[in-house]
Write a protein that binds this ligand. Sequence first.
Ligand SMILES: C[S@@+](CC[C@H](N)C(=O)[O-])C[C@H]1O[C@@H](n2cnc3c(N)ncnc32)[C@H](O)[C@@H]1O
Length: 252
Amino acid sequence: MPWNPDQYHKFQAQRAAPFEDLLHMIAVRQGLRVIDLGCGTGELTARLAEALPDSNVLGIDSSAQMLAKARPYVRPGLRFEQADLATIEGEWDLVFSHAAIQWVDDHAALIPHLWSLVAPGGQIAIQQPANHDHPSHVYAREIASEEPFRTALGGWVRVVPVLPMDRYAQMLFDLGAEDMTVLEKIYPHVLENADAIAEWTSGTLLVPYFERLGDLRESFMEIYRARLRETFPGSPVFYPFRRMLFAARRAP
Ligand SMILES: C[S@@+](CC[C@H](N)C(=O)[O-])C[C@H]1O[C@@H](n2cnc3c(N)ncnc32)[C@H](O)[C@@H]1O
C-alpha cells in the first residue's frame, strides 16, 4: 500500500497520546528484546527504545516509503527491517504495536500468531484504532459503494478486521495470558473544521482507496468532504477518536 509519510505526519501530535498510554502499560525491565510491529516512520519506535533502558529494539514495517524516514533513528540497540507483521517469526520480551494491526485481516488468527512471538515472561502491548463507526469511516465505505467508484473499485470496500474488545480479552485468556488489561478510550481531538477530518483520514483510512481509485481520487474526495461538511458544519469540529489498547504477560 503506498503510504505517504508526509500526509501521515500532519497529525503526529494527536497520535502521541495513545502511544504514551500504551507505554504506561508496559512493565519496564532492563535489557528487553523488543519488536515494534508496523513501526511506520520510526519516531515512536525511537521513543519506545529511549523509554526502555538497555533495550534491543527492532522496528518492522511492510512499507519501504515509511521505513525510509526511520533510517535517521538507527543506532546501537535500535534498527529497522522491512517485514510483514502477519508472518514475522522470532521471540521477544516485548511485542509492541501502535496503530498498525488494524491493517491486517483475520484477527482470530493474528492474535495467536503475535502471542507466539512473546518469550516466556514477556509482554504484549497493542494499540489499534476502533473508530470504524464514526461518520469519517462510514462515509468512506458509503461512497465506495456508489457509482462510479463502485465499478472503479471492482466492488471493493475496506472491511475493518477490528473485533469487539471482549474478543481480544477472550483470545488472550485462551492463550494463557496473565496480568491482562484490555480497554477502549476516546481521544478527544479538536480540529479546525470538517476538511481537517478529511485531511486526517487521507493519511490513514483512505490510503487503500486512493491506491485503487486512480483518476477518480479527487472526485471521491470532493464527495467525502461535502458529506463531512454537512455533518460537521461548524468550526472547530470535535473529533472523538476511539482506540483499543491491550496488554498482557506470558507466564515465565
Ligand atoms: C498508521 S501507521 C502506524 C505507524 C506507527 N506505528 C505510528 O504509530 O506512528 C501503520 C503502519 O503499519 C504498517 N503496516 C500495515 N500492514 C502491515 C503489515 N502487514 N506488516 C508490517 N507493517 C504493516 C504500514 O506500512 C504503516 O507504516
